[in-house]
Design a protein around this ligand. Sequence first.
Ligand code: AMP
Ligand code: ZN
Ligand code: FE
Ligand code: FE
Length: 283
Amino acid sequence: MERTEKQRGFDLHTHSVFSDGTTRPSEIAADVAALGLSGFALTDHDTIDGWEEAREAAAMHGIDFLPGIEITTKFAGRSPHLLGYGISPDDEELFDALAVVRRARLTRASKMVDLIKKDFAITWEDVLGSEDARTVGRPHIADALVRAGYFIDRSAVFAELLYPGSPYYIGTLAMDTAEAIRLVREAGGVPVIAHPAANRQSEAIPLADLEALAAAGLWGIELDHPENRAEWIPELRTGSADIGLIPTGSSDFHGAGKPNRLGDFTTPETTVAAIRKMTATPR
Ligand code: AMP
Ligand code: ZN
Ligand code: FE
Ligand code: FE
């Protein structure tokens, strides 16, 4: 499909091999350029180690790059994901907290693998796989089980083995969402709540929670996302606008790890310009 100027925009939520995507930041940049989009944000889980490659590749392809991250958090019995754009890579408080989270992820994943090993022939080494991966999670366990031939793809492993409540599931350490918002803001970044109506939840994030998070400094809300349940969106759109949150859109691309396609949803250039105005690392 040919895109007009008006359709140009940013895909503000993508994952690479540095977390649980299956493609490199440079491949994402090339694909974003091929789609005719204006630019993209790389938002790997709990790490920014893919930024450099993404930035260089974006420059080569003549598109814009907005540095980002996705942080797993917890709030009022839910586990909201928080996107942080333009954070300073030198902020010690934020990156110390993220290092603790990544270490906890390793312990948690190895405990899950110990449980799974009793029933499936995989090893910890199979799970660690790519040497680029800075954060280890359920997707890496799923990939090892797919490679070993037990399941057809990542989604099937999640549905049958890795869902919360499964005997193989162990939760992971997460920051409080309001605290993560504070850390992102203090690192000069712009916090946006990810997939607020994700269909794996029993309901969309309550407006009362959004109000509390807005008071803590939340700036935006990812209303356009492939996993948001459509019937929950109208109320959320009106309610979040009343609170003053800015809507964004993105694909949450994970390469072959999820059916989400790059550019499935996008964010207007004007919104990204507003984000850049507020951030510590504009490019
Ligand atoms: P973790 O943080 O280790 O608990 O794993 C969460 C990650 O798994 C998120 O990045 C999701 O994108 C991914 N994920 C969750 N559900 C699925 C699914 N059904 N299929 C593929 N990936 C999933
Ligand atoms: Zn992910
Ligand atoms: Fe997420
Ligand atoms: Fe994501």
